[in-house]
Design a protein around this ligand. Structure first.
Ligand SMILES: [Zn+2]
Length: 79
């Protein structure tokens, strides 16, 4: 197999580009998976913004910092 100089240069340009594309895709997917895993068991307080662990089937939980009641799915009045 004979590779011409133009083919070699093309490969040198395209391969890093493909690598960056694939790497970006994988890091994006990993980030989304990490965020989804974090959102499952962690609740953000609507008053103080504190993150604390919450049980899976708990509808209302109390923030350990400010004792505010946090409703699953967001508070209707406060958003
Ligand atoms: Zn709080």
């Amino acid at each position: 197999m004979i590779v011409s100089l133009s083919q070699l240069l093309l490969a040198l340009v395209i391969l890093p580009f493909l690598w960056i594309l694939v790497d970006g895709l994988f890091s994006h997917l990993g980030e989304r998976r990490f965020q989804r895993r974090q959102q499952r068991g962690v609740r953000e307080c609507h008053l103080c913004g504190n993150h604390y662990p919450e049980g899976r089937k708990v509808k209302i939980s109390t923030c350990p910092d400010c004792d505010a009641q946090n409703v699953r799915g967001g508070h209707r009045k406060l958003g």
